[in-house]
Design a protein around this ligand. Structure first.
Ligand code: AMP
Length: 301
């Protein structure tokens, strides 16, 4: 397994790729602290090409000044063990200096400015500058690694929509593959941030995200049968779902919702009414952690 963690290692990587013509390189970008969700993406990546590159970089420019950049879990050695076990070919483990040779001051950087239409809502509204940082770092990773395919999790649905647009608008010759969300048995989406859930009550409260969406899914399915053709307002559906679910949530832990809503799965435009092509999106703060989750309205599970 080749580890690229210094600008001097890059020529060796490119030499290896050049020496293997026809090799299909598959990139899985991550921020490390690898869990079963990441490892499932990596396994999937192995089936999509010949050489799997996993990048591990906690990108400072996508974190706001009050966010968790400093405390974000960094587990380099454990991540390398997991990558070795998963038969990863290359781990791209750059330093901040390798990614930002001119430093982090915005006036020293070229910027990637994402389309407002894609970023003014949802996480973009709650995390100003986040998607500009994501766009910049993913564009840099694409240029450095030159993958043929890149795999992203559906869990970060707005990020996935943004990357698809980045590839289209900047003409990257890269196929983007979306991977379904990997969950705990009780429905909680796996995330490196789940470890900030410090008590059993917080862990239990975190189930609110998936529960409210599965309840909207069920409600919609019932209405499709009992009142076919009737328009179902997104806000109403979430209100109904919240009323049905919330009695079972631990009341000692407040759940502060950032948003609950729906977009068209293809255009990512906000929807007022549910449709078979809807994707549900939720984000909430529980204790000190902000979690996000998403599900297609009509589950393909
Ligand atoms: P992160 O390290 O959190 O930035 O995630 C790296 C990649 O893994 C992103 O494309 C995420 O969408 C994806 N990912 C993270 N958690 C999950 C999960 N539970 N299921 C599927 N993909 C995930």
């Amino acid at each position: 397994m080749l580890i690229v963690e210094h600008p001097g290692h890059r020529p060796l990587y490119h030499h290896i790729v050049d020496e293997l013509p026809g090799t299909r390189v598959v990139l899985v970008p991550t921020m490390g602290n690898l869990h079963t969700g990441h490892l499932t993406l990596i396994r999937n990546a192995k089936a999509l090409g010949d050489m799997v590159v996993v990048s591990i970089f906690v990108n400072p420019t996508q974190f706001g000044p009050t966010e968790d950049f400093d405390r974000y879990p960094r587990t380099r050695e454990a991540d390398l063990v997991l990558c070795r076990e998963a038969d990863v070919d290359v781990v791209w483990l750059p330093s901040v200096a390798m990614m930002y040779p001119e430093g982090l001051e915005p006036d020293q950087q070229f910027a990637v400015i994402p389309p407002r239409a894609l970023t003014q809502d949802w996480c973009g509204a709650h995390r100003p500058g986040h998607f500009a940082g994501v766009g910049l770092i993913v564009a840099k990773l694409f240029q450095q690694i030159r993958p043929h395919v890149a795999v992203f999790g559906e869990k970060d649905a707005q990020q996935l929509a943004l990357i698809r647009r980045l590839v289209r608008d900047f003409d990257f010759p890269i196929e983007i593959v979306a991977h379904p969300t990997v969950r705990e048995a009780d429905g909680l989406a796996l995330s490196s941030r789940n470890q900030y859930l410090v008590s059993a009550e917080e862990r239990q409260a975190a189930l609110a995200l998936s529960q409210v969406m599965t309840t909207v899914q069920r409600l919609y399915a019932i209405l499709q049968t009992t009142r076919p053709g009737q328009a179902v307002a997104v806000e109403w559906a979430f209100e109904q779902a919240m009323a049905r679910c919330s009695p079972s949530w631990p009341c000692t832990v407040p759940i502060a919702w950032d948003y609950q809503g729906a977009v068209d799965n293809t255009s990512f435009e906000r929807q007022t009414y549910l449709s078979p092509g809807s994707r549900l999106l939720v984000a909430a703060r529980i204790g000190s952690v902000r979690l996000i989750d998403t599900m297609a309205l009509i589950s393909d599970a």
